[in-house]
Design a protein around this ligand. Structure first.
Ligand SMILES: Nc1ncnc2c1ncn2[C@@H]1O[C@H](COP(=O)(O)OP(=O)(O)OP(=O)(O)O)[C@@H](O)[C@H]1O
Ligand SMILES: Cc1ncsc1CCO
Length: 532
């Protein structure tokens, strides 16, 4: 097809106008920067549809924006539209191609890998992938794909010229998440996003389109899988310097750290957050997630004692945190214990992008779909043969920092891998050391993120403000593990019961100089082997 710019693809829906004029709304959207318009009329008769299409065509021509007609080839022909968009049960692509003038654009909606392959083989110019999320504009007959389902479909287009736009529930508040999460493993990204209600139902359609366009462009130019929303430090020494700065910053800034965590560890997690100098708020109600995201420096989501009712709060919590550009730390506690946990994590990761995922070997193996490391309940049984490769590849796949915990901790941002060898075996004997570590990471990430880009407003398309979250994660591990070594040496520690309060005391008393002196951090050079 002649190149058409699919970046911001407006699909009309007159039922959402809420009293606004159709053509005026369309013109505002064109002024706001939509790059292609599809007229979708499900209920009007032919004469009415034709008139609407003719008027829309005149307007789109004035702005030199291509017009696509949904379903109706006769209307597309009548108004000399640039193309048609077909559904799976509409006219087959081959016949539509014969009926339409040469060079017309033919697009088709696809909801599964099979449909994508068939559209590719039938010679579609572009495909509309969706619905990504539940949507108010169309009753879904098939389940939503979710952000994480898009990558495999995009991969099926590798080597072809076929373009892809995502559709279904896309708004300015979730667009960055969509753009980050939809890349295929082969680096195939979206060519555009189709939007309905966020523009059509907006009281200011021009502004709505401008915002969507600028987020899309920022993501398209700045975000490739390895060009992330956070800064990457250059060397091990720079990481240690950054760790100490962030450690001091936690104390001076005392960031609010929002934690949705499990009932086993809630109290000790709140206390260790205070011991670091940050301020915890343990809140789970969906109703307060939007407000808390504006106040908090980071969000921890820990699924340790999950209930079906947790879904809404955890989904909204991460969604609003992404929208506020605050880091989200995911601790998929015991994800291997049940199918319920597995599908729950998949569902929440369709709503938001984590900045850090931490877990023991058993948990991260399940997340990565690997059977290498087993688990029992919340405990890991054994480890990986190639942990270094594993964390690096998982970081690339999930596009976030990965921390694999255990006797040695492995941290990767998908580029470098660090090994941390501090810690006392008693950390493995108490419950919730991993969960407390999640709280430490959230506090460190909050401080790192708050000090990044202060005064810089060029953050569109980013899911955090761009702080050094790799060093933040390293700092959190060092804080907990070095404190554990100091606690273990104390005379008043006689077993796991006395260890826990001593650990919290040592975190509170820990000095940056002590961390520098005792830190056992190594960077490993690594050539990727197929571990994920
Ligand atoms: N044997 C050990 N020696 C030194 N450090 C350890 C040991 N076991 C665990 N740790 C430390 O404890 C922290 C938590 O790791 P662990 O793998 O125990 O988490 P977890 O299994 O998720 O814990 P939990 O489920 O109890 O919250 C890590 O930073 C790790 O370095
Ligand atoms: C024991 C336990 N069960 C659910 S969460 C939790 C805390 C450690 O992960």
């Amino acid at each position: 097809m002649d190149r058409i710019d699919l970046s911001l693809y407006l699909v009309t829906d007159r039922s959402l106008l809420a009293g606004k004029d159709f053509l005026e709304t369309l013109e505002q959207a064109l002024l706001g920067g939509v790059t292609v318009v599809q007229i979708r009329e499900k209920t009007s008769d032919t004469a009415e549809f034709l008139q609407l299409a003719q008027e829309s065509k005149t307007l789109c021509d004035r702005y030199e924006i291509p017009l696509i007609i949904n379903d109706r080839i006769d209307i597309a022909l009548a108004v000399n539209a640039r193309g048609v968009h077909l559904g799976q049960s509409d006219m087959p692509i081959g016949i539509a191609r014969r009926l339409m003038p040469a060079g017309s654009i033919i697009g088709i909606s696809c909801n599964s890998l099979d449909e994508v392959r068939r559209a590719r083989d039938a010679g579609a110019d572009y495909i509309g992938l969706g619905a990504v999320w539940e949507t108010q504009t169309k009753r879904l007959t098939k389940p939503p794909i979710g952000v994480r389902g898009l990558g495999v479909m995009l991969e099926a287009l590798d080597g072809s010229d076929i373009k892809a736009v995502a559709i279904g529930g896309i708004k300015s508040t979730n667009l960055a998440r969509l753009m980050h999460g939809s890349w295929s493993q082969t680096n195939h990204g979206l060519d555009g996003v189709a939007v309905v209600s966020d523009i059509v139902a907006s009281p200011e359609p021009k502004k709505a389109a401008q915002i969507l366009k600028s987020i899309f462009m920022a993501c398209k130019t700045a975000v490739s899988p390895f060009d992330r929303s956070f800064t990457s430090p250059r060397s091990r020494d720079e990481i240690l310097d950054n760790v100490l700065n962030i450690m001091s910053s936690v104390r001076t800034r005392s960031p609010l750290v929002h934690q949705i965590t499990n009932v086993v560890v809630s109290n000790q997690s709140a206390n260790i957050t205070l011991a670091m100098g940050a301020s915890p708020i343990m809140a789970t109600a969906p109703e307060e997630m939007s407000d808390l995201a504006k106040l908090s420096g980071a969000l921890l989501v820990n699924i340790g004692t999950l209930r079906a009712e947790s879904l809404e709060g955890m989904s909204k919590g991460g969604y609003f945190a992404n929208a506020s550009k605050t880091p989200v730390i995911l601790d998929p506690v015991g994800i291997g214990a049940s199918d319920f946990r597995k599908s729950f994590v998949n569902e929440i990761l369709n709503c938001w992008q984590p900045s850090v995922i931490k877990g023991n070997a058993g948990e991260l193996a399940v997340l990565a779909g690997s059977s290498e490391a087993a688990s029992r309940g919340v405990d890991s049984l054994g480890g990986f043969q190639h942990p270094v490769s594993f964390v690096k590849q998982l970081a690339r796949k999930e596009r976030c920092i990965i921390l694999l915990t255990g006797e040695t901790d492995y941290i990767s941002d998908g580029r470098r891998v660090l090994l941390l060898k501090n810690g006392d075996p008693m950390l493995g004997q108490i419950t919730g050391s991993g969960c407390m570590l999640g709280s430490c990471i959230a506090a460190y990430c909050a401080a790192a993120n708050a000090s990044a880009n202060e005064g810089n407003h060029e953050l569109e398309g980013k899911l955090t403000r761009g702080g050094d979250l790799l060093s933040a994660t390293v700092g959190a591990v060092l804080t907990l593990t070095i404190a554990s070594e100091l606690a273990r040496k104390r005379e008043d520690v006689r077993g796991i019961g006395t260890f826990l309060p001593a650990l919290i005391d040592e975190v509170a008393a820990l000095r940056p100089e002590t961390v520098r002196r005792l830190a056992r951090v190594e960077e490993v050079e690594e050539t990727l082997t197929n571990a994920v």
